[in-house]
Design a protein around this ligand. Structure first.
Ligand SMILES: Cc1cc2nc3c(=O)[nH]c(=O)nc-3n(C[C@H](O)[C@H](O)[C@H](O)COP(=O)(O)OP(=O)(O)OC[C@H]3O[C@@H](n4cnc5c(N)ncnc54)[C@H](O)[C@@H]3O)c2cc1C
Ligand code: SF4
Length: 488
């Protein structure tokens, strides 16, 4: 530990944001990375706990106290190596992870947690600036061929680990760009796409082949799912050409709201708005959905909803309202009760703060109302929650004007036809069935077919996708070679 009393004398310093009036004029990232001295001071707040709860709270088990200490001592290069030893892409998580490690930090019991995410962000950005992040091609090749279906964080982590183990890895992606939701869901103002692209270049130099605009298994996609594919490869062909297959195809089926008026012009699934926006920012054609001057209602309170809020403000929406079915959580958690777990509390994102977002809780939408096929308003009802059960409050119906509604109520499961094409058994929620522990983990019911990320666990987080990709890669390596030295 660098400074035993660091946490007593030093306050937590969070990363600064560009003010809303400036950042709303563009789609670039607006968070200022801590400078070297600020990062050093923040690193010194770490107590190097005997049991580092932060490491347990982190899905990739980042060795947080070690890099905090290394940064405090000015040994940035080694801090980067320790960071990369558990996480292929700290540049993604350092930007968009909700940081369960910080909720688990011992200081979070009665003080402010160590700013772990901002230290991670500073280390990896310095790594790129200094030219320390370079391709690591394998010393020897195995001659084994692996197909990875899907290029989100799970597919990328799997592919990088397997390529570094010497296998010939091909990543198939139906979209035009590599990155999954990193490229086509999460807005640029949270994660600029150059951050993904430079990793893709690194992986290409390590031998990974990316085949974009290629859809695998089945062309039968439900409406509204992004598909830029110009060619198709069948499951039979992939199974014939490769020694192992990893399905890392995400969980793309959005949760629907099948109420009267759903068909009105103006009611969209969140990604119908966010994907064209990312394409526009990347130089593509204009987003056909424009929120300028519109009254926007976002139904659903998670990351996806929040991204619709921030994007609507950048368009110049007249107002933004967000609905949440659940009751409003407390502003502060009861720490002695919740620590070291992820607490339920009111989370206000940077997007919420970019305007006067009206957030309504315990509210349900009964009907979308329109004129001549165009949305004009929605009918809502208040909910009462008792013992985990909800009941509509009689007489609480209201009509709220709305020009645009974005449905951001989460995602159900991966597209079933892909799993069916490979003959993969599904779990009760429609995800690819595979365990994460014990013999044969990450293997599906189909011979030599594995699954990782949202396809296996259901919609989740980038950091979980990276964990699953890494762990799955180890299982695939062991399956191909009899044993593996890849970390789990
Ligand atoms: C709008 C939004 C914002 C989010 N914000 C955050 C956040 O701030 N922080 C966070 O941690 N998490 C966030 N998440 C969740 C996170 O993005 C996902 O959990 C994560 O990307 C899952 O990774 P994955 O690799 O499993 O799947 P994905 O990222 O979904 O990638 C799957 C890829 O597979 C491709 N694919 C699917 N089927 C086929 C096929 N048949 N053939 C070829 N390719 C195929 C898809 O086109 C896609 O590119 C957000 C999600 C959304 C929707
Ligand atoms: S729990 Fe917090 S204080 Fe303890 S080692 Fe981890 S980051 Fe440092």
């Amino acid at each position: 530990m660098g400074k035993p009393t660091g946490f007593m004398g030093r306050q937590r310093l969070s990363e600064a944001y560009e003010p809303p009036e400036a950042r709303l004029k563009h789609y670039r990232e607006f968070v200022a990375t801590l400078n070297d001295e600020q990062t050093r001071v923040q690193g010194s707040r770490c107590m190097d706990c005997g049991i580092p709860f932060c490491t347990n709270g982190c899905p990739v088990n980042n060795i947080i106290p070690d890099w905090n200490d290394l940064v405090y001592r000015g040994n940035w290069k080694q801090a980067l190596d320790v960071l990369h030893s558990t996480n292929n892409f700290p540049d993604f998580t350092g930007r968009i992870c909700p940081a369960p490690c910080e909720a688990a930090c011992t200081l979070n019991i009665n003080n402010e947690a160590v700013g772990i995410k901002s230290i991670e962000h500073a280390i990896v950005d310095k790594g790129w600036q200094m030219g320390w992040i370079v391709p690591k091609p394998p010393q020897t090749k195995t001659g084994k061929k692996v197909a990875v279906v899907g290029s989100g964080p799970a597919g990328l982590a799997t592919a990088q680990q397997l390529a570094r183990a010497g296998h010939d890895v091909t990543v198939f992606e139906k979209s035009a760009r590599v990155g999954g939701l990193l490229a086509y869901g999460i807005p640029d103002f949270k994660l600029e796409k150059t951050v993904v692209d430079r990793r893709v270049k690194q992986m290409e130099a390590e031998g990974v082949v990316f085949r974009t605009k290629v859809i695998v298994g089945s062309k039968d996609l439900p409406p509204g799912i992004n598909n830029d594919a110009s060619s198709f490869v069948s499951a039979e062909q992939i199974s014939k050409d490769f020694d192992a297959v990893v399905l890392a195809a995400g969980s793309e089926l959005p949760r629907e709201l099948p109420i009267p008026g759903r068909e009105l012009k103006g009611v969209y699934a969140a990604l119908e708005f966010l994907i064209p926006q990312n394409k526009q920012v990347a130089g593509g054609k204009s987003n056909p959905i424009n929120a300028k001057g519109k009254h926007v209602v976002v139904i659903g309170g998670g990351d996806t909803g929040s991204d619709c809020v921030g994007t609507s403000y950048r368009h110049g929406a007249a107002s933004v309202t967000q609905f949440e079915l659940m009751p409003q959580p407390p502003e502060e958690e009861n720490r002695p009760l919740t620590w070291p777990y992820w607490p339920l509390k009111l989370r206000t994102s940077s997007s919420h703060m970019e305007g006067e977002t009206q957030r309504m809780f315990s509210i349900s939408t009964k009907e979308f109302l329109g004129e001549n096929g165009v949305l004009k308003s929605l009918k809502t009802v208040e909910l009462e929650w008792k013992s985990g059960k909800m009941k509509e409050v009689a007489g609480s119906e209201k009509v709220i004007p709305a020009d645009l509604v974005f449905l951001a109520m989460g995602f159900m499961n991966p597209v079933g036809s892909l799993l069916d094409a490979f003959g993969v058994e599904k779990d009760a929620r429609g995800n690819a069935k595979a365990t994460t522990d014990g013999d044969g983990c990450y293997a599906t019911s189909a011979a030599k077919v594995f699954a990782a990320g949202d396809t296996r666990r259901g919609q989740s987080l980038v950091v979980w996708a990276i964990r699953e990709g890494r762990q799955c890669a180890r299982e695939v390596d062991a399956f191909l070679m009899g044993s593996s030295t890849l970390p789990r």
